[in-house]
Design a protein around this ligand. Structure first.
Ligand code: BT5
Length: 326
């Protein structure tokens, strides 16, 4: 743990009673003056830390800023996802950063956030708008023991984790639109991008990219997005604490991934079905250029969507763009 993670963790644990400089110095193995210097650095980036001879240091407020040590101190111990967290001010795409880390042999679970992306992307090379300080734009490296055909399971568990975290943190109830959208009344507030590096029968690694529109106002969305997108702030009617939501999403992702690894995909699949707005609806799905229309009936054990076509045939769809018909 870094010094800042230890300091922030201790302040959080002590709440309003505060933690003394002497205690922090003992935990860090440094002088009280060195602790003071770290506190000053945290104050400079916006942490409101009170210092008194009686109470020691008390964390009063935190800035609307993603800070790796802060996220780690909020997270505590996670099993895999979020064991290592990095934050960039700006990057092309967090998926690119994590892809590079994967090639350099990084272990699974490493999570990279950026305050803004200059080349954020969606599926099929589409653009993902990622304005600074307004959302959670991040990617996670996974090395799952899965066949490439089952990769959709990762999208499914991620969608459930994101929906759960949003619900816990904001009280809002988002829906899941198969395969990768989190929506409110048809407007997208989050998307998931899974990029695989695989051989024929096994996955080498996966970069799981997630974008969540947290505090964007309608004016901050490009005009072409206003009709199809929304943000948590717009839905809730007030700003949302981004670092707290970031920690909640990582915790939920970590728990969902642990369940998947323990062989409990079906449980998460059931929750997914309850939250899904696609099932039971007539859908039109473009798979490349081929349209499939029919009734979205269920999700299978690999995470594919089962669609009953007009001719009564059951089509198994692993990816594509879904339009819900009236
Ligand atoms: C997605 O693609 O929904 C996947 C989005 C993944 C973004 C994350 S951010 C961190 C990581 N790094 C990356 O570079 N990407 C991932 P798709 O289903 O193809 O949807 C893309 C479409 O959503 C676009 O064509 C727009 O219509 C719309 N869109 C773009 N930006 C949006 C935004 N911020 N909020 C809502 N919709 C958006």
């Amino acid at each position: 743990m870094s010094s800042d993670t230890i300091i922030l963790t201790a302040m959080r644990a002590s709440g309003t009673s505060g933690v003394s400089g002497a205690e922090l110095a003992r935990q860090l193995g440094v002088s009280r003056a060195a602790v003071w210097a770290r506190i000053e650095e945290l104050r400079k980036v916006g942490y409101d830390i009170a210092a008194s001879p009686h109470h020691g240091y008390v964390l009063r407020a935190t800035p609307d800023l993603l800070h790796a040590d802060d996220l780690l101190s909020r997270l505590g111990r996670t099993k895999v996802i979020g064991r290592d967290v990095r934050v960039f001010g700006e990057t092309s795409s967090t998926n690119d950063v994590v892809e590079k880390l994967a090639r350099d042999g990084a272990s699974e679970g490493i999570t990279v956030f950026a305050e803004t992306q200059t080349k954020g992307r969606g599926r099929l090379g589409r653009k993902w708008i990622s304005p600074p300080g307004k959302g959670l734009w991040f990617s996670v490296l996974l090395r799952p023991d899965l066949r490439p055909q089952s990769a959709t399971q990762l999208t499914v568990i991620s969608a459930v984790a994101v929906a759960r975290a949003i619900e816990k943190q904001t009280g809002l109830k988002p829906g899941i639109k198969w395969p990768n959208d989190i929506v409110f009344a048809g407007r997208k507030c989050a998307g998931i991008l899974l990029e695989l590096s695989a051989e024929l029968d096994h996955i080498r690694h996966v970069v799981l990219g997630i974008g969540i529109d947290v505090n964007l106002s309608a004016e901050e969305m490009p005009p072409d997005l206003r009709a199809i997108a929304t943000s948590l702030r717009m839905e809730a009617g007030h700003p949302i604490d981004r670092p707290e939501l970031a920690a909640a999403v990582i915790r939920e992702l970590d728990a969902a991934y642990a369940r998947l690894r323990a062989g409990d995909f079906h449980e998460i699949g059931d929750e997914w079905m309850r939250r899904c707005i696609t099932l039971g609806r007539r859908v039109r799905i473009l798979i490349g250029d081929r349209p499939v229309t029919g009734l979205a009936e269920a999700l299978d054990e690999e995470g594919a969507l089962l669609v009953r076509t007009e001719h009564g045939r059951l089509e198994r769809v692993v990816g594509g763009d879904v339009t819900l018909e009236k």
